[in-house]
Design a protein around this ligand. Sequence first.
Ligand SMILES: Cc1ncc(COP(=O)(O)O)c(C=O)c1O
Length: 373
Amino acid sequence: MKIKTFKVEQWMNEFENDALYNLGETCIDSMSLRELLELAGKNPEEFLASLADERMTYGYIEGSPNLLTGIAGLYENITSQQVIPTHGAIGANYQVILSLIEAKDNMVSVMPTYQQHYSIPESIGAEVRPLQLTLENDFLPDLDLLRGLVDEHTKVITINNPNNPSGSWIPLGIMKEIVEIAKSVDAYILSDEVYRGIAENESYMPSIVDLYDKGISVGSMSKIFSLAGLRLGWIATRSSEVLKACWTRRDYDTISCGRLDDLFASIALAHKDAIFKRNRAILNKNRAILDQWVRETEGVHYLKPVAGTTALVYYDKNIPSYELCVRLIKEKGLLFTPGSCFELEGCVRIGYAFDSKTLREGLDKFAEFLKEN
Ligand SMILES: Cc1ncc(COP(=O)(O)O)c(C=O)c1O
């Protein structure tokens, strides 16, 4: 199977370690095990010492009961039997796409998005129909465009909500319309929801599985739980066909998720309110810092992100985004992600969910660069 290079992952692999100001990162300020355990009201030394005698068996093959209930609790009407733990959201997306899409199918994918969603189906030989999100349209799907893209051979419509890189969030009314369009051709909706869960105002953020019985939600401990090192994600769906297809495939590529990953993820899920409180404060504070910087800086503009951990910032310079980002890392130690990693030009993706000091200093470095060039 020939597959294209995963541009954003290649970019990060090549440059992440050189960054003094890492604004390429998309996780909310990652936690240590100590911080997690303290947030969960446990004594870190005692708890970690108690693990020393754990035998490293495979553990629960299909996920521990605590893990499955914890994940199901992130949705309105998902049971623990409707959850499949995977190796990160990256494993979940892979499972779903490979289990559902065949060469004879077409699928619709929003763009920009995480590249898995279009490059894996392309590699299978399926036809990918891009649904372009634009700055002019607030990076929200154009419903007329979507209606024109689907037909009876459309197997899946893939969205990424909240959207990486733009930070947009599809309002409920538009989501319901997307569901109607999917129903009209009997297509699944795969919604990559790794950034879902922390609304600015603490309200519940609806998932595709709350709205559609052929909806598939992909989630993960990496972003909103700040625990990417656990490498634990999941598929949640009410569709018995999807569950069956993915469980069958999972025996071949996963067996079980790591026993310790399962344990720490279960603890985090049981204390999600404390983690979300920590992370909402980081997001709201840093979104305001970024917003103020954009308003005060000449030659840049953007759509203010409402969700997720990233924003697309457009710059008024005639420099290709890849070249600009390479120069920023080499000359200023500042890591952004080029728009070209998302098939866009004239913009960079800024991950702002890190510590505020790094964000402020990194943005100042960018302003300095723009003045100098
Ligand atoms: C939209 C999206 N989906 C999936 C992933 C993969 O996440 P995980 O660390 O859970 O594998 C990422 C990581 O950046 C992402 O941005």
